[in-house]
Design a protein around this ligand. Sequence first.
Ligand code: ASP
Length: 421
Amino acid sequence: MYKLWKWYLGKSFISKISVGFLLGIIVGLIFGQSASVLAPLGDVFLNLLKMIVIPLILLTIIVSVNNANPKELGRIGGKIFPYYIITTAISVFLGLVIAKMINPGSGLELPTSTNMEVSEAPSLIDVLLQIIPANIFQSLADGDVLSIVFLAVIVGFAISFMRNSTESHMNEWGSLLLKLMEGGSEVSFRILNGILQYAPVGVLGITASTIGNQGLHTLQSLAKYVGASYLGVAIHMFIIFSILLLIFKVPVLKFFRDIREAMMTAFVTASSLGTLPITIKNAHKAGISDRVANFTLPIGATVNMNGSGIHFGVGVVFAANIVGYDLSIGAIVAIILTGTLAAVGTAGVPGAGLIGMSIVFTQAGLPIEIVGLTAGVNVLTDMVFTCCNVTGDLIGAAIVDKSEKKHIMSTKDAINETTSN
Ligand code: ASP
């Protein structure tokens, strides 16, 4: 038994979850709906990831803030936010273009019986205001990532000020607190490593119950819509992202190899937030410095949604096809704007893109019932959209890290030059 466990531990994570995924498909296809009995195995995995994600974000950000200086954090933020906005706008546009070439909705009728509850979308100002937690315990309990990032950054700064204080007891407390946080962060990573050993079983449970419930026939009925979504994601991931990596001189193949566990986990869990612990782990593997990874990735997991942007673009054309609506240039510009904002507001959890899509549809004057129609295949598209969302977060972190390293090098060169003169 011990030997078997040792053998299992020695196998790579990616091969283990691949086996879980393939077995899940086979079990789902053979047993159909009855495969849902395996769903709890997947829920255990998702709950374990959710359990660790909050302490991980909180502690790693507090530690990172203490290892960076405020100017540096401002500089990183100033680079990552434009990256998020620009790549998301591109993704919405790409979704529109690809779908326009395929016209996935032509020939389909407006569903009359599909009813979907769409919750009211909060306004942008509300989203921004909610970042400041009125009740920190509630934000922690709700897993409200942006509020937790906000809290972690200010706690991090407070500890940093204490450590740099001239009063010796402040100094001691500050250092002690930082040590505690560092220890806590290490504990979180160790627990995460344990959770990852369970991942293949969780993946099997999720895949078997999904395939068993939805079946492959759903894929056939909306095949073109799904096809356009997959094609959009493939182009965004393998062309646009690769170009970005090449521009910043990051070795493309090695990078994708280093982050494949996060890509695979995002694909299977359909949750950027759930994948976050693995995203952070893979960022380390890809050589992205802690100060960039720990600060940008939790924000990226909630704000940066390139896959969701493609979702909205494809969805709009799909709906426009069904109702026979021609998109004007003005409408396209408005869709790109709302699509980008809706993607920013989309939570990194399964199915969240459907809410964002209804915001875009409302703005574009398209019937929301069509969101309900696509909801049937959302389980299939959500996987690739989430994979693209998470990959986008990692690419952003990688290129900001490259530019940070360049900045540090040029500052060092400038210092060397002045000292040698
Ligand atoms: N499931 C996606 C994510 O977690 C969000 C979406 O539904 O678009 O990134």
